[in-house]
Design a binder for this molecule. Structure first.
Ligand code: AMP
Ligand code: MG
Length: 419
């Protein structure tokens, strides 16, 4: 397949000739899946491990718990001694000691004896059950048992939670807070995780002003830099640097050559006079895909410079969002060992009115949810940023579809982040 993609490379400068060929979304996804393999393993402290992706299975070095323990505050007894005990027929046992959590048992529990225990304390030898304090009456040197217990009652068995040698968490697991707790309990303080992809942002455009400026004259403030940084963070990557450069081939070349796992170029990705990124990428690396049959985001490109994956994202903010979500995000998630699927929940909803699409391209329609219906807002209008902020989500209309009539049920991907 990579051979057939190589044929798609345009040997001559494509600028001002328009796209002679567009790849399908499926071809672009396939290229990503071929080239975005999980990065190497790194060891991190457990305190920094939550939400990281485990690179290897973790096997427990110990039984947990390591000892038989009391699960209630009460009295460690021999269950047989409590046979027939009730409120009317109390069984009197001699109190021979007390055990707190963390203490080693000092006394044996012989027939007719009991040891006062607190939750988490070891079960003293001889005892095989715990009578909860609520089912006893305490006297100075004795305890009266008011209920029968069976062997093992209120006792945590050694290894009942985890047995030494078993796999507790599998490679690929995104560590949850409770996973971190489990690993800590097993005495593990360092874990092997997939390295986070290091992502470089290159924001191109002579017209751009940096964050914090107020738009003036004919210039606009960079919207894609902050958006891409948030998207990269969401997908587990870390942004190394966001560089803003003018539409200048030398500047694009220099920025693209800086080390990174992934380079995201915003703007200048099409076939216009000022669109240098595709030409530069083809020159210093491989431009595997340029032009994708979709709307918005058709002037998307991707390729690589040695091990670095490079995504050329159109400058219109909605196109940039869409191209990131379809392609760059998938690559970043895969590099970081995450599932390729979108980190969006989806809901099936009927359309409030018809949604027209063109056969031959994938459409990305922003929709609003109203009255439990999906209300299409826009497919075009890639420069209208509020079409993505007013929307609750989006519907993807496949290449071979002409769209859907009013009332048809569609899958809406919800922009709202997963909790
Ligand atoms: P381009 O992809 O460079 O042809 O840009 C397409 C449109 O998106 C133009 O109107 C640009 O001014 C605009 N644009 C490019 N980059 C950005 C950016 N970083 N933030 C907001 N708009 C942009
Ligand atoms: Mg531009």
């Amino acid at each position: 397949v990579s051979d057939s993609h190589r044929l798609l490379r345009q040997p001559t400068d494509p600028r001002m000739h328009g796209f002679s060929h567009r790849s399908t979304v499926a071809q672009a996804l396939h290229w990503i899946d071929q080239h975005a393999r999980p990065l190497a393993t790194e060891w991190v402290s457990l305190t920094a491990a939550a939400s990281r992706v485990l690179a290897e299975d973790v096997t427990s070095p110990v039984d947990m718990p390591l000892f038989e323990r009391a699960m209630m505050d009460g009295y460690a007894v021999r269950a047989a001694d409590t046979a027939g005990a009730s409120h009317y027929e109390k069984v009197r046992l001699r109190l021979v000691g007390e055990l707190l959590p963390g203490e080693a048992p000092k006394t044996n529990v012989a027939p007719g004896q009991a040891v006062r225990v607190m939750t988490g304390a070891a079960l003293p030898p001889g005892a095989d059950a715990v009578v909860p304090v609520e089912q006893t009456e305490s006297l100075a040197e004795f305890v009266d048992v008011l209920a029968e217990v069976v062997p093992g009652k209120h006792v945590g068995r050694r290894g009942e939670d985890v047995q030494a040698g078993t796999t507790v968490l599998h490679a690929g697991r995104r560590l949850r807070p409770q996973d971190v707790a489990l690993l800590a309990s097993l005495g593990i303080s360092q874990v092997p995780v997939v390295r986070r992809p290091r992502v470089r942002l290159i924001i191109t455009g002579n017209e751009l002003l940096p964050l914090g400026q107020i738009p003036h004259d004919f210039r606009i403030v960079d919207a894609n830099g902050p958006m891409l940084a948030a998207l990269v963070e969401r997908d587990g990557g870390c942004v190394l640097e966001a560089t803003m450069i003018p539409d200048d081939a030398e500047a694009v070349r220099h920025a693209m050559l800086q080390p990174a796992d992934v380079v995201l170029v915003s703007g200048g990705t099409s076939v216009g006079k000022e669109d240098h990124a595709p030409v530069v990428l083809a020159d210093i690396g491989e431009l595997a895909i340029h032009g994708v049959a979709m709307r918005p985001s058709s002037p998307t490109g991707m390729g690589r410079i040695q091990q670095t994956l490079v995504f050329l994202l159109p400058g219109n903010p909605v196109s940039c969002l869409c191209a990131y979500d379809f392609f760059a995000g998938r690559a970043i998630r895969l590099l970081g060992g995450r599932p390729s699927a979108w980190p969006y929940r989806s809901r099936r909803l009927p359309l409030a009115h018809k949604l027209v699409s063109q056969v031959g391209r994938v459409d990305y329609a922003r929709v609003r949810i109203f009255d439990d219906h999906a209300e299409p807002l826009a497919i075009g209008g890639a420069s209208i940023l509020t079409s993505a902020t007013r929307a609750d989500g989006f519907v993807v209309i496949p290449e071979d579809s002409e769209g859907y009539p009013a009332g048809a049920e569609v899958e809406v991907f919800l922009y709202e982040p997963l909790p």
